[in-house]
Write a protein that binds this ligand. Structure first.
Ligand code: SF4
Ligand code: SF4
Length: 111
């Protein structure tokens, strides 16, 4: 399990800097830099409070992360092995899709 922080307040699963999902997926099969990764579990929330999802789950720091970014030093057989991961927006605007987010903890392997 990884300590997961998230700065994507526009996501329905976001709650006070944490994620209310027990498991997320990170994309980036060909990623060579963090901007080419993304949180596939992102779901845009609507503006109204009742569309937020965190109330249905328990937001906590521990999360299982399945990850396609094979070039990241923390990737172990498509599972994230980092102790701590941070997901952020990838750009100034609120994301429309998970492609507009990034794993800010990505570090490219030297090869
Ligand atoms: S963007 Fe990903 S990590 Fe952040 S709250 Fe949403 S599902 Fe969780
Ligand atoms: S730190 Fe690396 S392995 Fe972990 S989720 Fe981010 S990109 Fe994937």
């Amino acid at each position: 399990m990884t300590d997961l922080e998230c700065g994507v307040a526009a996501c329905a699963y976001w709650c006070s800097g944490l994620c209310s999902r027990e498991k997320i997926s990170v994309s980036g099969g060909n990623a060579r830099k963090k901007e080419e990764t993304g949180c596939s579990s992102y779901r845009a929330r609507k503006e109204r409070g009742e569309d937020r999802l965190e109330a249905a789950g328990i937001a906590g720091p521990c999360c299982e992360i399945a990850c396609d970014a094979q070039r990241c030093v923390y990737n172990g057989d498509s599972v994230c092995e980092a102790d701590c991961v941070r997901i952020e927006r990838c750009g100034a605007a609120a994301p429309e899709t998970g492609d507009e987010t990034k794993c800010a903890s990505f570090i490219a392997r030297r090869s």
